[in-house]
Design a protein around this ligand. Structure first.
Ligand SMILES: [Ca+2]
Ligand SMILES: [Ca+2]
Ligand SMILES: [Ca+2]
Ligand SMILES: [Ca+2]
Length: 272
């Protein structure tokens, strides 16, 4: 006969964790009655908490912090926030002349699907777009795991042929380009904190994954209380020299339909 009863059990959600079991066995007419402990057991992440009792068995979290008390430890419970861009600060810039490499015109009022232009115009001047985000307050113990950018365009947002212009790179400014949150002509050439934090992949929904440098900068800006990030998008080739418009247009944060606004998605975990 073998009977097992739970002792010092710990009920969490739909699991019962047995820390020890009582083994009663009959051998040669004698009952043996003993406690068989599972002291330790497997501890896959070596944080000192046995897997069966660990609220995050694959991530070391000796404190077992669980901010929302749902039985899942902070370090393995993904959190996400989305932030829409600021329409009053978004817009596009146009170079002052084909080879000047400085801005000569800005548009920060359009609401249509060409409010953010990336490419060139009919006299070979480059277009760049700037998107502005007020960074949300994250908990002090937030650890950002990924940040993604999403832009929307309409089918009419494709003008000419941008295939000879290379890829759409993203520059990041911690704070504001030209130290002014409003769009300035000089934002075209103003220095960036990092000149490459990702590449925008075009589509009706265009997306970019911000690289680890960009994530680190945004995290640092958050920790330092600089609650602002601006992104500048441009093709790697300034123009294709054919004296005709070739650009991709996206909606800015001024679009009447908020579903089209540029969005930053921030994925993070809370520290143990
Ligand atoms: Ca463990
Ligand atoms: Ca753990
Ligand atoms: Ca939790
Ligand atoms: Ca062109």
């Amino acid at each position: 006969m073998l009977s097992i009863t739970s002792a010092a059990g710990d009920v969490k959600k739909d699991h019962i964790y047995l820390n020890e079991i009582r083994v009663v066995s009959k051998i040669d007419g004698l009952y043996l009655n003993e406690w068989a402990g599972f002291e330790g057991g497997a501890d896959t992440d070596t944080d000192g908490i046995p897997d069966g009792a660990d609220n995050c068995p694959l991530e070391a979290n000796p404190n077992q912090s669980d901010a929302n008390n749902n039985g899942i430890g902070n370090v393995c419970e993904p959190q996400q926030i989305t932030v829409a861009s600021l329409g009053s600060e978004d817009g596009y810039l146009r170079e002052s002349g084909e080879n000047t490499e400085v801005g000569g015109y800005r548009n920060h009022w359009s609401k249509n699907g060409k409010s953010l232009r990336i490419g060139d115009d009919q006299i070979n001047r480059q277009y760049k777009a700037v998107i502005s985000f007020d960074y949300p307050e994250l908990p002090d113990n937030a650890i950002i795991s990924a940040i993604n950018l999403q832009l929307s365009r309409s089918s009419g947002g494709l003008v000419g042929d941008t295939s000879a212009l290379g890829s759409m790179g993203i520059e990041l400014k911690s704070g504001n380009f030209s130290d002014n949150k409003a769009l300035q002509n000089s934002d075209f050439e103003a220095s960036a904190t990092d000149t490459y934090v990702g590449t925008l992949v075009d589509g009706l929904t265009a997306t970019a994954s911000i690289n680890s440098n960009g994530v680190s900068l945004i995290e640092a800006a958050n920790n330092a209380g600089v609650k602002k990030v601006q992104l500048r998008l441009s093709f790697s080739t300034d123009d294709n020299n054919d004296s005709s418009y070739d650009y991709i247009g996206y909606f800015s944060g001024r679009a009447s339909n908020s579903a089209y606004h540029p969005i930053l998605t921030i994925n993070y975990l809370l520290a143990d």
